[in-house]
Design a protein around this ligand. Structure first.
Ligand SMILES: Cc1cc2nc3c(=O)[nH]c(=O)nc-3n(C[C@H](O)[C@H](O)[C@H](O)COP(=O)(O)OP(=O)(O)OC[C@H]3O[C@@H](n4cnc5c(N)ncnc54)[C@H](O)[C@@H]3O)c2cc1C
Length: 408
């Protein structure tokens, strides 16, 4: 970097990072360089992952960063391994040291297993396109591998799916799997009564961060779909295809873990950063890490009231772009005001919950709204040609899958 040059470095190509980069590219004076460093060359749309397990194309949840960002943003594929907040430098796995005038950290979160024995090794995670496709292939394998000589107990274990976590991700995947596994049963000539799907939730209700009435409606819908919900239960360990709760054991080849996330471990290694009990990084009124001016933390990692949601990460990205613009132009920015969130959760085909601050809707309307949200998000992120290609490729993929399944 030349002496008079300014450079914004954004680390992380997820919701917050991409939104910041897009907004900066549109608004920053041209002498300021914008670099986005991410360990993956593509953006992953986590809210759409559950659909990949049950037949949607990966193109519907995985978009190259170069298709989302204007050419003004330099995209670097590198895994950041250390951050010096004082010097405003980050070091990549490649050995390169990247030096910034303003550093934006948007590394998101990772799956947490809470040291429960056996879980990390034997469960199916659900936080990347790769994990979603691994789970999908496993489910196909279960149906492919069925032998007529097997005992009823073996068959019941074979088609027993246990989902740990009754939050939005667990509930969404349970609802979609309920219909999907029944379809597979028909195609692979498996007795439908052999299939069971359970949710294990440690709180007294599912969707425990939402209004109790919303939890009740979600529970009723899951029951209509044939999903069993075990409340107030925690997983103790998993071994040899057996899932142990405190008071019972279940035989299953499929344990899906949706129960925990933790702030990206790299944040813990940054000297001068302070965190709350959940590991979220303390930030000031402008989303700068406390004690580290011009180093911003946003999205899942920032200690803000609604962190942990894509909506918040996008909002943070937009806000940090605004603050940077103000700083570079010598204007004092307005302080960060947290924005309340809404929840749109699909549970099974054609049914969803839309929970907003003052109103809740359930049924087809909420389901359609959720799909509209997905569409609006991508329409704001890619150009119309790319958007149409994504949906067309997705449609072709589903059609091909249907032809392949029909040949079973
Ligand atoms: C299955 C699932 C479903 C969800 N559904 C919803 C939903 O319906 N609605 C909602 O609002 N929220 C939902 N969320 C939550 C939402 O996805 C997150 O809150 C959001 O992704 C947070 O954005 P972020 O930018 O902080 O992190 P992320 O989007 O996770 O981005 C982090 C980025 O950093 C990159 N990265 C990681 N480590 C490094 C490294 N060392 N070096 C360089 N780059 C690195 C990653 O590859 C990624 O690109 C869901 C999450 C999951 C897992």
């Amino acid at each position: 970097m030349q002496k008079n040059e300014q450079r914004v470095i954004i680390v992380g190509g997820g919701f917050a990072g991409v939104k910041t980069a897009k907004e900066l590219a549109r608004s920053l004076p041209h002498h300021v360089q914008i670099t986005l460093i991410s360990d993956k060359a593509y953006f992953e749309y986590y809210p759409g992952l559950y659909r990949l397990v049950t037949g949607a194309s990966p193109v519907e949840a995985c978009v190259p960063l170069s298709d989302m960002l204007p050419s003004r943003v330099e995209i670097v594929a590198d895994r950041v391994v250390s951050v010096d907040a004082h010097e405003k430098t980050v070091t990549g796995m490649s050995g390169t040291v990247y030096s910034a005038t303003y550093l934006v950290l948007a590394l998101g979160s990772k799956t947490a297993y809470f040291d429960i024995p056996g879980i990390e090794k034997s469960s199916y995670g659900f936080k990347s396109v790769e994990e979603a496709l691994t789970l999908k292939h496993h489910i196909y394998e279960l149906f492919n591998a069925k032998k007529s000589s097997e005992t009823k107990e073996a068959c019941l274990a074979q088609f027993h799916i246990v989902i740990v976590g009754g939050g939005a991700s667990g509930v969404e995947i349970a609802g979609d799997l309920a219909a999907f596994t029944q379809d597979l049963a028909k195609k692979y000539h498996v007795d439908q009564s052999l299939i069971s799907i359970d949710i294990i939730e440690s709180s007294p209700r599912i969707l425990s961060t939402l209004d109790p009435k919303v939890s009740k409606k979600a529970l009723e819908q899951l029951r209509r779909l044939g999903v069993n919900v075990y409340l107030n239960r925690t997983l103790v360990k998993e071994e040899l295809e057996t899932v142990y709760l405190k008071d019972m054991a279940m035989n299953s080849k499929t344990l899906i873990w949706t129960a925990g996330t933790q702030v990206h471990p790299l944040y813990k290694t940054i000297e001068s950063f302070e965190s709350n009990k959940k590991g979220r990084i303390s930030v000031n009124n402008f989303l700068e890490a406390k004690n580290s001016s011009e180093v911003f933390v946003l999205g899942d990692a920032a200690d803000t009231p609604y962190a942990g949601l894509a909506q918040t990460a996008l909002y943070d990205g937009e806000y940090v772009a605004y603050v940077l613009n103000c700083k570079i132009r010598g204007i004092v920015p307005n302080v960060y005001k947290p924005k309340s969130v809404a929840y749109a959760i699909p549970i099974g085909k054609g049914w969803g919950i839309l929970a907003m601050k003052h109103a809740t809707y359930t049924g087809l309307f909420a389901y359609v709204v959720r799909h509209m949200i997905d569409l609006i998000f991508f329409a704001g992120m890619v150009n119309i040609k790319k958007l149409l290609t994504m949906y067309y490729e997705g449609f072709k993929y589903r059609k091909l899958e249907a032809i392949y399944d029909a040949k079973k």
